[in-house]
Design a protein around this ligand. Structure first.
Ligand SMILES: C[S@@+](CC[C@H](N)C(=O)[O-])C[C@H]1O[C@@H](n2cnc3c(N)ncnc32)[C@H](O)[C@@H]1O
Length: 196
């Protein structure tokens, strides 16, 4: 899969302007740091913000992981990543790195402590491939923090666990926290599902 090339037409620009307004209002009403509290991100962690958009959660995570940590902001839309780079420079955040992708991140396997997947899943063309990639880069015991207001509550766990790669660890007030279902390779999903 390759990142889509057409993000610059007039309709896209109107769509993005409206989306920007929506996210700025959302962040004002519900500060990103509050959502990240549910994960317990620590200093020096490596975090992947997949589908970072304007980087609301990228910047909040960058201040939590500190100078020794790293936040990878991945998105399919180059304009979003340019925005993230500009703000990171303006805020003096040297621990933020952008990745242009629609699936493969190019990150090392089992290298990331936490993945943020917020408001992205519903729009994915190939969700299984993206979840496989997130599974690949997440360390054993690493956390996948998930929210998507486009999904019904009862859809969340089945969507994330269907392939047997992740299991639900905890439900917060704003997010669901999944972790790798260890031993997932080659085992049927039903055998991996655990009660919570
Ligand atoms: C609704 S926005 C959410 C942005 C951010 N996570 C937030 O909550 O503020 C969804 C983002 O996912 C990105 N996206 C959609 N499909 C993607 C894919 N296959 N790979 C990477 N990013 C994708 C979009 O470009 C957009 O920036």
């Amino acid at each position: 899969m390759k990142p889509a090339a057409t993000h610059g037409g007039p309709l896209f620009r109107v769509h993005y302007a409206l989306e920007d307004l929506f996210f700025r209002a959302r962040d004002w009403i519900s500060p990103p740091a509050r959502k990240l509290d549910e994960i317990g991100i620590r200093e020096s962690w490596s975090v992947l913000d997949y589908g970072c958009g304007l980087g609301s959660y990228t910047f909040a995570a960058a201040s939590l992981v500190g100078e020794k940590g790293r936040v990878f902001a991945a998105d399919v839309n180059p304009a979003r990543l340019r925005h993230v780079q500009t703000v990171a420079v303006r805020q003096g955040l040297r621990n933020v790195e952008t990745i242009l992708t629609d699936c493969d991140t190019g990150l090392e396997g089992e290298s990331v402590d936490a993945v943020l997947l917020y408001d992205v899943y519903h729009g994915l063309e190939y969700p299984e491939q993206v979840l496989s990639e997130l599974f690949r880069v997440l360390k054993p015991g690493g956390l996948l923090s998930f929210s998507d207001h486009h999904l019904q509550k009862e859809q969340v766990e089945p969507c994330l666990t269907a392939e047997g790669k992740f299991r639900l660890l905890a439900k917060g007030t704003q997010t669901y926290i999944f972790t790798r279902a260890e031993g997932a390779r080659g085992k049927p999903a039903a055998a991996l599902r655990t009660q919570h």
